[in-house]
Each structure stands twice: as structure tokens, then as C-alpha cells.
Design a protein. Sequence first.
Length: 623
Amino acid sequence: MASTLSKHDINGDWASSAPNLKKNLSLLSSEQIELPKMLLEMGQSHLFEHWPEPGVDDDEKRAFFDQVAKLNASYPGGLASYIRTARELLAESKEGKNPFDGFTPSVPSGEVLTYGDENFVQFEEAGVREGRNAAFVLVAGGLGERLGYNGIKVALPSESTTGTCFLQLYIESILALQDASCRLAEGGCKRQIPLVIMTSDDTHARTMELLESNAYFGMVPTQVTLLKQEKVACLDDNDARLAVDSHNKYRIQTKPHGHGDVHSLLYSSGLLNKWRDAGLRWVLFFQDTNGLLFKAIPAALGVSATKQYHVNSLAVPRKAKEPIGGIARLTHSDGTFICRTMVINVEYNQLDPLLRATGYADGDVNSETGFSHFPGNINQLIIELGHYIEELTKTGGAIKEFVNPKYKDSTKTAFKSSTRLECMMQDYPKTLPSSARVGFTVMDTWLAYAPVKNNPEDAAKVPKGNPYHSATSGEMAIYRANSLILRKAGVKVDDPVNQVFNGQEVEVWSRIVWKPKWALTFSEVRSKVKGSCCISQKSTMVIKGRNIFLEDLSLDGALVIDSVDDAEVIVGDSVQNKGWILESVDYKDASVPEEVRIRGFRINKIEQLEKSFNESGKFCLKP
Ligand code: UGB
């Protein structure tokens, strides 16, 4: 039961600057009374200006305080701290202050890997050994407004040959790593690699439903934890007056705070200590729609373990001025800043001006390699758990925020629409001491990075040569990567043909897809390919079983092959049929399901050889 208000509270002299609030004080419990006091102290009396007499909309008024209580509890330091920080950041933004003022950028050192060479293979082996000591964290609270898809992004098919959605691909990759790593452990191991998914009100229920209706895609339900991030209050002006929701005058408008929330949520969940006590060493953060990521994970984890990195960011070569953040070493010149040197992502629109302002007359330019000196951040981080806990114990997981108001005019006094504070998970190293070992690992883009972020119309407008980052390019990138990996392993895979879908010209390679348990590393692929194999461009190959070996296979058509784990199957000779073909669909054709339309093609399964081996033993598929 709510306790009663004191005389002082009811009398409400402290509320005289907000007469409409004062009249309604009897609606509040004594626990809640601190909230309006704080709001008035923080200059938020406008929130009550339109409040009617007691007796009118009382439930809505109570709901207002429930919302304020939630906003207050979910932000480290509470709403007052949020408003104070907002005022500081808004003042800096008005002044046009560059957040990196006083820092000098230089080229950082990191590990640059070449897929399939001896070095790469060694890092992959080290990574697989460490796999059982890892926990994975997927940030999936974003709405994906740029993609404009109505569902949650992790439910989108990563490719349409098998229809495997991103979440399934991620979970099966983690399970494959778990199995491979445990097989290497002396005496075996039964560890279940934990997966945390950060959701938001926009994605939580649908993520849960996706997991439950698919039996967690093979994970044990207790292996998966969902942590929901809360939104933050919107701000109407440079004084950080909280914005009233235009649909309900008793609500404060809220918006997402950004993926940086993941650190404070992990910290407050208590999971980090639990993981440390269970002997885990690494936390791997990743995003919602990168179908290539797990091809890069084993080697990147191997780099972290070998180099003893506290933080390792995955990166790809980046053309100068390409619109992805660049990883740079920043050194503070006056020595007063707590973190005098840091290796950090600098957003592309800040990097070029920062370079020009600090003696690099040409700004961000390509080196003799044809790429910028500053590799592109793909926002997949590997953090060493012990060091992470030490840091978060100091910061509570709070990440340096930023604000990005869209001003009405050059006076910068009014916004076009409300703004809010945001934070990014890759800004975690900003508070680390200079002694922290922060590095990065560069891999080829074709191997590591093909996110699905842009809707077809925007993707079609991307300047030629720049990546589309659409559902079309994300899917084609998977076929290309698998084709190139098989080529590297000795299979003759035909060159791709160019085709246009949804206004985007893409390379169409043979549609080759395998389950992560077939091969997670290059060594595994190599061990499963024998003799002289070739695959034509029009072909589709789906490998679902673990111990399937390609031997002198000549494929010109579609082949789908599955087997139980203890069956060993050799697939060889010539497989020829009419196969599966890609048929264009119109993005605007509403009769076509959205997840098909956004890639601009569907697969017409005309003819295939499909075979399942459901018993243990040795088999040979030689049609
Ligand atoms: N996300 C959340 O979980 N919560 C949120 O509040 C917001 C997002 P976007 P964007 O891949 O190249 C990032 O929107 O703007 C999740 C990096 O900041 O796709 O493209 C969301 O569900 C940028 O430096 O991010 O930028 C998704 O999984 C660059 O590396 C993830 O956060 C860029 O990604 C990213 O959300 C990139």
C-alpha cells in the first residue's frame, strides 16, 4: 500500500511554480513525491501546465508518474543526471564543439589477416580453442528504420536458398563453435556458450516468440538471456525541457538511447560475474544482420587470445571518406584528459575534419594499398571479461553520450523535432586508461561484413562502387563468400554473372550454403573437399550434415544433402539437373511477401537432387 503524504508534501509550497501540479498532489504517494520535486528543480514545470483540476484524467496523471519513475530508475544517476548531461552536451553542440577537440589522430596498429594463409589458420585454431570460454552478446533492440521492414531484423532470412533467418544462423554458428571447442578440450567439456540478446520494447516480444516457436534453434533455453533496454526522454530545446508526447499530453516522448546501453545492462544483470566465476574469458558483441560475421569470429577471437587484447574491434579495409567509422589512435595533447591515448571509432564525418585540423592537409586519403590508413569499424567487439568487469565496476557501464539535434536554422536555438541523448557500444574504450590493450583485426570485406540496413529504394541510389548494404547484397555476399572459400580450398567454382535486382547490380555466384556445423573454419572446409571438384554458376548446393565430404564432384544444377552427425557421406561424380533459378520480383508488388520483395528475387526450385542420410555409417552418393 502507498504510504500517506506528509503535511509539507500536501501543502506543496515547493510546487508553487506549477499551480496545476500543486492542485493534484493528493494523487501521489509519498514514494512518488520526490519525482515532481526533482522535475521542478530541473526546470520541467511545463510538463504540468495543461493539467486539469483533480478528478479529471486522474488515472492518466498517475500513469505519468509511473512513466517518470521508470525513466528515473532506468538511467544511471536518474532523470536529473540525464537532464544535466543533456544541457552540457546541447551547449557544446550549439557552440559547434568537436568532441575530439584537443586529440591528434594517428594510424593505429592492429592485425591484418589474409584469409586462408598459415597465419589465418593458426589464429582460427587458437580462436576455436578459446570458443568455449566466450559469451556472445547480440544487440538487437534497433527498429531498423532505414530498412523499413515490418518485422524484427533477426527474423529476416539471411539467404533465401534455405530461408535460414539471422537468429538461426547466429545460434547455429555459436553451437558449432561450442561443439568444435569442446571437442578440443582435454577430456571433453560440456560448457554451453551463453548468448545474451539485447532487445527493446520494439523487438522484445517478437524476439521471444521467434525463439520459442523454433525451440531456441537448438540452444538450451537457459543458454539464452534477453535483456531489454529502455528508451530515454526526448528533449525539446537547448534547456533540455522534456518533450510532451504529441499523442498523449500525460506522457513524455521517448526514443531509443542507442546500442551503448548494452554495457550498463550487462553490468546490472549480474551475468558478468557469473560468467567470470564459471571460467569464461571473452565477451563478443555483434549486430543483428551480418550474415558473414561468424566466418571472421574464430580468427578474430584467436587474435584476442594470442595478443592478449583487452578490446579487439573487427574492421574491414575502408576507402578514404567511405561512410563507415574509421578506427584511429587518438592522443590528447595537453595531458589532462584521463585517457590520453585511445584506439577508438571516429565517425567518418568527424575523421576527415579532425585530420585536416591536426596537420594532415589532405585529410582522409587512401594509402598505397588503395585504402584509407584508418580501417572501417564493423562494430563487432571482443572484450576480455576480467578487464571489462574491472572497468564496469568503476563506470557502472555508462558510456559517453552524444546528442545530435537537427536545428531549425543557423541560430541553433530551436530544433526541427525533439532530440535525445544517445550512446554507442563501440565508445566503450573512451573511458579506458592508456595502459589498456586496445587493438583491432582487419579482415577482407567479402569474408566479414555484409549487413542488411538499407531499403531497396535507398540502396539503388548508393553511388556506384559503394556497398548497397541491402537484403539483396547481404544475400549475394553469402554466396560469394562461400564460393570464394571453396575456391581457396581447391574447388573450381565458376565466375559470377552480373544481374540487377531492385535497381542494384550485383554479382551472382553459385548459391552455395552450408550449415555452420559442416565447417566453421578454413581448415574444416579444406578437410572436407577432396580430389577435383567443380561447380557451375547456375548451381545451388546446400550442405546440412556435419560429415559430408565432396570428392571429385561436378555439380551443374541443384544438390541438397543432409545427414545425421554420425553418418559419413562422400558426395562425388557428376550431378546434373535443371536446378533452381532466380526470378526477379518487383519491390512494389504487394502480393509478394515483404522478406522476398526487399531482395528483388525469389528462387524457383525447378529440379534438384535431394538426399538425406538418417542412419549412422559410411555412405557414398555417386549418382
Ligand atoms: N541497436 C540496439 O540494440 N539498440 C539501439 O538503441 C540501436 C541499435 P544500426 P548504425 O554496421 O557499419 C552502427 O542502426 O547506425 C542495435 C555503428 O554505430 O544498424 O548503422 C541494432 O539492432 C557504426 O559505427 O547502426 O551504426 C543493430 O543490431 C557502424 O559500425 C545494431 O545496434 C555500423 O553500425 C546497429 O544498429 C555498421
